[in-house]
Unconditional design. Structure first.
Length: 525
C-alpha cells in the first residue's frame, strides 16, 4: 500500500491499512480483504489508492483520533451531579389542614350599597359584557331531516346481516396463558400450583414475565384452537392445563366468563333505522349543497334560503361564551367569530353532515354592565372575595400560632400528615404549588395557602436528605454525570471545530484584485 509523500497527517500507515481492510466494501465473499476488489471499487469512483488513503480515509482517521482525544480529556464531574441528585432525592415530611369558608362565614359583615358599588367600580373587567354578534342563519342537519326519512325493512335486514358479528357474539373467556418450553416443566409447575407451593403470579414471575405479557384478553373458541375444549369447560377463577398449544405446553387461567350475547333483528331494528335515516338525510343535504351555493351566488338571502330549501331560519346573539344550539358546532363558532359587517351570507359545513348559512347583522362592542343590572353578580363576587380574605387571614393566624409551638388541634383544625414527599409529588386536595411551597420552607415553619374561598395551613415537619447508599440516588447521580460529560465533550468539540474554521479562513483569506475586476468589467461593457 503506497504511502503518500509529504503528508503531515498524524495517522500512520498501519492504522490506514487496518481501516482499509475493515471496510466491508473491500471484502470478498470470504469476509477477507480483497485487493483486486479494492482497486476496482476505487477505479469506479475515479480514485487512486494514494488519493483515497491520503484524503478521506486518513483524514477521517485523524479526525476520529483527535475527537477521541478531546472527549477523553473531559474531567469527571463530581460536585454538580452529587448536589443535583441530593437536591432531587431530598424528602420532606409535612402536616396540613384545611380551613373551609364555613369556619369564618358567620363573621362576615353584610355589604352596604356603597360597598357593592365601590366593588363594581373597582372591577370593571369582571362585570363587562363580551362582544355580542347578532347573526341571522339558516341551517339544516341530518338529525332535523331524519324523522322524515323512510327506511325499507329489507334495507334494515341487509344492514343487520352485514353487521351480524356486532349483534351476535359467541361465548368468550378472559384468559391468561403461561407457556413452558417442555411438558416436564409445565407438569412440574402445575404440581406446585396444586400443592399451594406457588401461585399463578409466582409461576409467571419465575418465567421472567408479567401478567400483562400473558394476558390474551377476551377470546372465543376459535381463538384458542386445541385448548378451547379445556378452557371453555372450566369455570371462572380456575387454571387448566398443561394443554398443548402451537407455542408449546401451557397453563391457562380463566379470569371471567362472558356469556354469549344475541341482539335479535327486532331489538336492533330501531337503532339501525335511526342510523340509516341519519345517513340518508346526510346524503340528501350533501346533494343539496350545490343548489344552496347557486342561490347564494344569485343573491338569495337567509330568508330566501329558508323559503326555497330545507334550511330553517334562526337568529342568535352570539358571544364567545355561547355554545348551545347551533353554537354547539365548532365550525359555526369559528365562522361567527370571523364574520365582518357587510359580508355576503356564508355557507358553513357543520361537521355532522349539516350545513348553515350565516349573515352578520350587527356587532355590540364589549361594555360594562350597569350596576343595577349586575347587582346580584356584584354581591356574589363581593361575598366570595371577602370570604377568601377571611379564610386566608384565619389560616395565617393559625400558621403563626403553629410555628410558635401550638398544635393543629389547639387551633381547632384536623391535621393530615403526608408520607415523606419528593419534589415531583402531588397531594390530592391541595393547590398546585403545595409541594413547591413545602420545599421552599424551613423545618418547623408554617404557612397559609389560599385555595379559592378556602385556605390551607401547611407545616414542614422534617427535611430528610437521601441515603448515600440509595440505589436510586446512585443511578440518578451517574445519569447526571453522564449527561454532563456528554454535554461538555460536545461543547469542546464544537469549540475546536469553530476555532479550526477560523484558522482556515485566516490562513486562506480571499483577496480581490481590483485591477483585474476593472479590466473584466470594461471588456463586458
Amino acid at each position: 500500500m503506497p504511502r503518500p509523500t509529504g503528508s503531515a497527517c498524524p495517522v500512520g500507515d498501519a492504522r490506514v491499512a487496518e481501516a482499509v481492510r475493515a471496510l466491508p466494501a473491500f471484502q470478498g465473499l470470504d469476509g477477507q480483504f480483497d485487493r483486486a476488489l479494492y482497486r476496482e471499487q476505487l477505479r469506479r469512483n475515479s480514485l487512486t489508492e494514494t488519493e483515497f488513503e491520503t484524503g478521506p480515509l486518513r483524514e477521517d482517521s485523524a479526525r476520529a483520533i483527535l475527537q477521541a482525544a478531546l472527549i477523553g480529556g473531559v474531567p469527571e464531574p463530581l460536585v454538580y451531579p452529587e448536589t443535583l441528585a441530593a437536591w432531587s432525592g431530598e424528602r420532606r415530611s409535612v402536616t396540613w389542614a384545611e380551613i373551609g369558608p364555613e369556619m369564618v362565614a358567620e363573621a362576615l359583615p353584610e355589604p352596604t350599597e356603597e360597598d357593592l358599588r365601590a366593588f363594581w367600580e373597582a372591577h370593571p373587567d369582571r362585570f363587562t359584557a363580551p362582544e355580542t354578534r347578532a347573526i341571522a342563519y339558516a341551517w339544516v342537519t341530518p338529525a332535523m331531516l331524519a324523522p322524515e326519512m323512510t327506511v325499507p325493512e329489507e334495507t334494515l335486514r341487509e344492514a343487520y346481516d352485514r353487521r351480524s358479528d356486532e349483534f351476535i357474539q359467541p361465548e368468550r373467556r378472559l384468559v391468561e396463558r403461561l407457556v413452558y418450553p417442555s411438558d416436564g416443566e409445565a407438569e412440574a409447575a402445575r404440581t406446585r400450583l396444586d400443592a399451594g407451593e406457588a401461585s399463578f403470579e409466582d409461576l409467571t414471575a419465575e418465567r421472567g414475565l408479567r401478567l400483562s405479557d400473558i394476558d390474551l384478553g377476551d377470546v372465543t373458541r376459535e381463538d384458542l384452537g386445541p385448548a378451547a375444549e379445556a378452557v371453555f369447560a372450566a369455570p371462572a377463577g380456575s387454571v387448566v392445563g398443561p394443554v398443548e398449544t402451537e407455542l408449546g405446553p401451557a397453563l391457562f387461567r380463566i379470569n371471567a366468563v362472558l356469556a354469549a350475547q344475541e341482539t335479535t333483528f327486532e331489538q336492533a331494528a330501531p337503532e339501525l333505522r335511526e342510523e340509516l335515516a341519519f345517513e340518508q338525510a346526510a346524503r340528501i343535504i350533501a346533494e343539496e349543497i350545490p343548489r344552496i351555493e347557486d342561490l347564494i351566488a344569485g343573491g338569495a338571502d337567509i330568508e330566501d334560503l329558508a323559503a326555497q330549501t330545507a334550511l330553517e331560519a334562526g337568529q342568535i346573539d352570539w358571544t364567545a361564551d355561547n355554545d348551545t344550539g347551533i353554537a354547539a358546532y365548532a365550525p359555526f363558532r369559528e365562522a361567527a367569530a370571523a364574520l365582518q359587517e357587510g359580508d355576503f351570507p356564508r355557507l358553513v359545513e357543520l361537521g355532522d353532515g349539516g350545513v348553515a348559512v350565516l349573515r352578520l347583522d350587527g356587532i355590540t362592542a364589549p361594555a360594562v354592565i350597569p350596576f343595577e343590572e349586575a347587582r346580584a353578580e356584584v354581591e356574589s363576587a363581593w361575598r366570595s372575595e371577602r370570604l377568601a380574605e377571611a379564610t386566608l387571614a384565619r389560616a395565617e393566624e393559625a400558621a403563626a400560632a403553629i410555628a410558635a409551638g401550638a398544635s393543629f388541634e389547639d387551633q381547632g383544625l384536623s391535621p393530615r400528615s403526608e408520607p415523606p414527599l419528593v419534589r415531583r409529588d402531588f397531594v390530592a386536595g391541595t393547590p398546585p404549588d403545595f409541594v413547591t411551597t413545602a420545599f421552599a420552607m424551613a423545618a418547623g415553619e408554617a404557612r397559609a395557602l389560599p385555595v379559592g374561598e378556602a385556605a390551607l395551613v401547611l407545616r414542614l415537619d422534617a427535611v430528610e436528605p437521601p441515603a448515600a447508599d440509595d440505589p436510586a440516588l446512585i443511578a440518578q447521580r451517574e445519569a447526571i454525570a453522564d449527561r454532563i460529560r456528554g454535554t461538555m465533550a460536545q461543547e469542546i468539540v464544537d469549540a475546536f471545530a469553530r476555532q479550526r474554521q477560523l484558522d482556515l479562513q485566516r490562513d486562506g483569506a480571499i483577496t480581490l484584485d481590483d485591477a483585474t475586476i476593472a479590466a473584466v468589467n470594461a471588456q463586458i461593457q
